[in-house]
Design a protein around this ligand. Structure first.
Ligand code: FAD
Length: 391
C-alpha cells in the first residue's frame, strides 16, 4: 500500500496539468493512467488566452508554444455565400499577455506535463475501485497481472467522459447527447488553396453541412457533423472521406490523403456535484460540451487550476477542507452551467443557421463595445472574472 497526499486518476490534459502543478507546490502526488502512454487523440487543439496564462505561470508555455501555432484571428464563414467575419484577439492585448489561441494538440500538453514528473506517473495502471472511509481514500488499481493499492488524502477523478469514479460514486450526469455524430479528418492537403484569406481557425456555417477548419502545425483538421443513421464503418470509409472533401473543396476527394479519421458522440452534460468528501471530479469526468468554441479541455484545465489552489491551501496551509472543496464545486459548476453550456449550445445552433449567425455576428463585429465583450466571452476571460465573484 502506497500512502500519498493526492492521487490523480487519468493522464489526459487535465490530470497531467493538475499532477504537475501539485508537484510544483511540494505536494506528494501520484498520477495513474490506464494506458501505456498519453493518448495521441485528435480532440482538443485550441488553447485559449487565460489557459495560456496558467501554462506560463507553471512554466509549461514556452515548450508548448514550440509545438504549436499562434492564431490571433478566428473566422465565421458562410459556406454558401462565402461571407467572412474575422475576430482579432490582439484587440485584447491591453489585458492579455497572450492575445491569441495556441493551436496545439492536447496530447502534446499531456505529454509535456507528464514528462516533467516522470517518476510520479504510473502508466498501465488502471483504477478499478476507490472508497472514501472518512479519513482517506482507499484505491485499488490493476497493473497488468498485479494489483496496486494506494491510500490517499484526496483523489482527483480526471478519468474522462466515461469516468469509472463518477459511476462508483453514483453521481448523476445530467444533460443530453446530440443526435448527430461528429467526424474529424486530418490532412496535410493545402485546404487554404480553396478559401480566400483562410485563417487557422474557421467556423463555416451551413444548414446541411457546417464544418470547422483548424490548422495545427502538421495538418489541417476538418470537423463535420455526420448522420446518426450511418454506420461508423461507412463514416470512416474512403467513400465518405472523398464525399466530404469533394463537397467542401470541390475537388476529387480521392486525391486527398488523411492521417486520422475519428468519430465522436458529443454531449452536453454536467455532474450533479463535483466534490464528494475526499474525492473530487475535474475535466471531462465532471462535464462535457460540444467542441464548437474549444471550451472542453480549457474548462477542465480551469477546474484543475482552481482545485490545485484549494488543495495547496488544505495540504500546505492547514486550511479546513470541506468549505474549500464546496467552494470549488460552486465556482466551477456554476461557470459550467451558466456560461460554458449556454455558449456551446448557442455556438452549435448558430452553425446550422448561417444567415442568422452572419447577421448576429456582423452587428457584434461592427460595434466596438459588443465586439470586445464577445472577444472576452469567447476567449474565456469573462468566465474567469465571473468565477472570482462566486463566493
Ligand atoms: C472532436 C473534439 C474536438 C475538441 N476540441 C477541443 C478544443 O479545441 N478545445 C478544448 O478545450 N476542448 C476540446 N475538446 C474537448 C477535449 O478533448 C476534452 O475536454 C479533454 O480531452 C478533457 O480532458 P480530460 O483530461 O478531462 O479527459 P481525457 O482527455 O479523456 O483523459 C482521461 C484519461 O483518463 C484515463 N483513464 C480513464 N479511466 C481510467 C482509469 N479507470 N484508471 C486510470 N486512467 C483512466 C484515460 O485513459 C485518459 O487518458 C474536443 C473534443 C472533441 C470530441
Amino acid at each position: 500500500m502506497e500512502r500519498v497526499q493526492v492521487l490523480i486518476v487519468g493522464a489526459g490534459p487535465v490530470g497531467a496539468f493538475a499532477a504537475y502543478s501539485l508537484s510544483l507546490a511540494g505536494i506528494d502526488v501520484r498520477l495513474v493512467e490506464a494506458a501505456s502512454h498519453c493518448h495521441e487523440d485528435m480532440r482538443a487543439s485550441t488553447i485559449h488566452p487565460p489557459t495560456l496564462d496558467m501554462l506560463a505561470e507553471v512554466g509549461l508555455l514556452d515548450a508548448l508554444e514550440a509545438q504549436g501555432l499562434r492564431a490571433p484571428i478566428y473566422q465565421y464563414r458562410n459556406r454558401r455565400t462565402n461571407e467572412v467575419l474575422s475576430f482579432d484577439l490582439t484587440e485584447l492585448g491591453d489585458i492579455s499577455n497572450y492575445p491569441y489561441r495556441l493551436q496545439c494538440e492536447q496530447f502534446k500538453l499531456a505529454r509535456l506535463a507528464t514528462s516533467r514528473i516522470a517518476d510520479l506517473v504510473k502508466f498501465d495502471e488502471k483504477l478499478v475501485y476507490c472508497e472514501d472511509d472518512g479519513n482517506a481514500v482507499n484505491v485499488i488499481c490493476e497493473r497488468r497481472l498485479d494489483v496496486t493499492r494506494y491510500r490517499a488524502d484526496y483523489v482527483v477523478a480526471a478519468d474522462g467522459a466515461n469516468s469509472l469514479i463518477r459511476k462508483l460514486l453514483g453521481v448523476q450526469f445530467e444533460g443530453f447527447t446530440y443526435p448527430e455524430k461528429f467526424l474529424t479528418l486530418s490532412t496535410t492537403y493545402p485546404i487554404e488553396k480553396h478559401f480566400e484569406n483562410l485563417e487557422k481557425v474557421a467556423y463555416v456555417a451551413d444548414r446541411d453541412e457546417w464544418c470547422v477548419l483548424l490548422r495545427v502545425p502538421d495538418f489541417w483538421r476538418v470537423l463535420v457533423p455526420a448522420s446518426p443513421d450511418l454506420l461508423d464503418k461507412y463514416l470512416l470509409s474512403d467513400a465518405n472521406k472523398n464525399k466530404v472533401f469533394a463537397g467542401l473543396l470541390g475537388v476529387d476527394g480521392e486525391a486527398i490523403k488523411t492521417s486520422h479519421r475519428t468519430i465522436y458522440r458529443v454531449h452536453q452534460r454536467v455532474a450533479q456535484k463535483y466534490n464528494h468528501g475526499r474525492i473530487i471530479l475535474a475535466g471531462d469526468a465532471a462535464h462535457l460540451n460540444n467542441p464548437l468554441g474549444g471550451f472542453g479541455m480549457n474548462s477542465g484545465i480551469h477546474d484543475a487550476w482552481n482545485l490545485v489552489d484549494k488543495l495547496k491551501r488544505i495540504l500546505n496551509d492547514g486550511q479546513e477542507a470541506e468549505p474549500l472543496l464546496a467552494l470549488y464545486n460552486r465556482q466551477r459548476r456554476q461557470i459550467m452551467n451558466e456560461v460554458i453550456q449556454a455558449q456551446t449550445i448557442t455556438n452549435h445552433d448558430d452553425m446550422v443557421d448561417a444567415d442568422r449567425q452572419q447577421e448576429k455576428l456582423a452587428k457584434v463585429l461592427a460595434d466596438p463595445e459588443k465586439r470586445r465583450n464577445y472577444l472576452l466571452q469567447q476567449s474565456m476571460y469573462q468566465s474567469r472574472a465571473r468565477e472570482a465573484e462566486i463566493a
